[in-house]
Design a protein around this ligand. Sequence first.
Ligand code: GAP
Length: 454
Amino acid sequence: MAAEDPVTMDKLVSLCKRRGFVFLSSEIYGGLGSSYDYGHYGVLLKNNVKAQWWRAMLQERDDVVALDSAIIQHPATWQASGHLAGFTDPLVDCRTCKLRFRADKLEEASCGRKPSKRPGETPECDLTEARDFNLMFQTTIGPVREEGSIVYLRPETAQGIFLNFKHYLQFSRKKPPFGIAQIGKSFRNEITTGNFIFRMREFEQMEMEFFVPPPEAAQWHGHWLEQRMNWWVALGLRPDHLRLRAHGAEELSHYSSATSDIEYEFPIGFSELEGIANRGDFDLRAHAEASGQKLEYVDGASGERYVPHVIEPAAGVDRAVLAFLSDAYDEDEIEGERRTVLRLHPLLAPVKVAVLPLVRKDGQPELAGEVYRALRERVQAEYDEGGAIGRRYRRQDEIGTPWAVTIDHQSLEDRTVTLRDRDSLAQERIAIDELGEEIERRLRAPWRSPKLAG
Ligand code: GAP
């Protein structure tokens, strides 16, 4: 195992393309900035991340319920939420190189001329005054672009939850403290781009709005900080690559009274993975005022009424995928040959087990096919009979498959196979009849990143 973390953003981008995790969107037309498509293994990995989030929110608790709201909502939503007025970045244009930059991120930007400089660094740079630029994408409802037909692609999934709050009080038989969780696409016309899937214009969020009696807000904020940090660690992120950072007053979003970010040490340095905000009663009050509806909780027994406060853990699915890939990427040497391996938590690995006949003859493919069909009833499995066995192992290592089953001549005699472990490289002989149980047992076992020292 390598002593130093070998991961770089370039290596991840290259592996993701080579192995079918993530592609630049519309690549045959030169690509579309900050838009990416997920390939087969990317879809499987992303689905596993989302399944683990739903599991933690819904299955392992009884105070959170689910929602899947529309992407295009009534435009009054964004007036009331403050996004029309406040969801902006300050921008400057350069009249010389014709590029646009975030005024507060000039230090990180490079200008369009060669050799590239920081905008404003040379006398030729001719920057405009900063102007506020709204990050929401607009489109129109109906065939005529007229006043009143403008709508927005949601920039966060959260507002769909607030719009449905009343329904949940009525049907879900929940009372504060309780939460509504949702996973879905969000859209932002980001100006600072680059860094692969870290910042995209179209991305997925996993958000949960937890409604609490106002005096309990601070305590629940602490609870969710702890829960969410534990979730990332349980799924294998190395604790020394995670940290909590509280926002300073000048950094808080327009709706938040306190936010702490869970930051991960990506190859670009420590950056936000998830934000956990105390939104107070900002959103429910704003929508109540704008819609004329009462958005409050009334206790049936005591008659007490109040507007709940909201604690919001908000994570990005794509950033989660990037963090898990960064944490998993490793290189080592087997019998003098370099190997690239994704040491993903088995629960997240796109494929759990590969079934490989040693040779493509002597009845081995037939027996391997039988083993594969039995295993895929239980877990995502893959069958591969093409090429040298070493190359087939390497391919599975690169997509993070934790176990490989090899069928050899002995398998035909005694119905046993070898079970190879991606990380330890241990090979155990095991009866075909016990394989399914054994793989499921290993999947349930606690897991620790082999990249952690000691
Ligand atoms: N509802 C609160 C909210 O949207 P946010 O901090 O703006 O808060 C939450 O977003 C999470 O969504 C971030 O921590 C990040 O993981 C993800 N996210 C935000 N903008 C993103 C972008 N442009 N590309 C990818 N992920 C993004």
